[in-house]
Design a protein around this ligand. Structure first.
Ligand code: SF4
Length: 67
């Protein structure tokens, strides 16, 4: 079992909540102003962090799967 984060850029407004909540998983692109997913497949022991990132997004643009 592994974790897989997905970022839907069509839904992203660039609010940066994800980066502020989980700076090791998300950043904001200087040029586009939108989110960048730094770690699409975080290790299993980062589940809490990944779930926090999902909850941080007011646009529901971040999803998490166990694959
Ligand atoms: S929290 Fe959501 S809407 Fe805001 S920058 Fe991150 S992915 Fe985009």
């Amino acid at each position: 079992m592994a974790l897989k984060l997905t970022l839907d850029l069509d839904g992203c407004t660039g609010c940066a909540c994800c980066m502020m909540e989980c700076p090791d998983l998300f950043d904001i692109d200087d040029e586009s102003g939108m989110a960048i997913l730094l770690e699409p497949t975080p290790a299993d022991d980062r589940l809490d962090e990944a779930e926090r990132a999902v909850r941080s997004c007011p646009e529901n643009a971040i999803s998490l799967e166990r694959v």
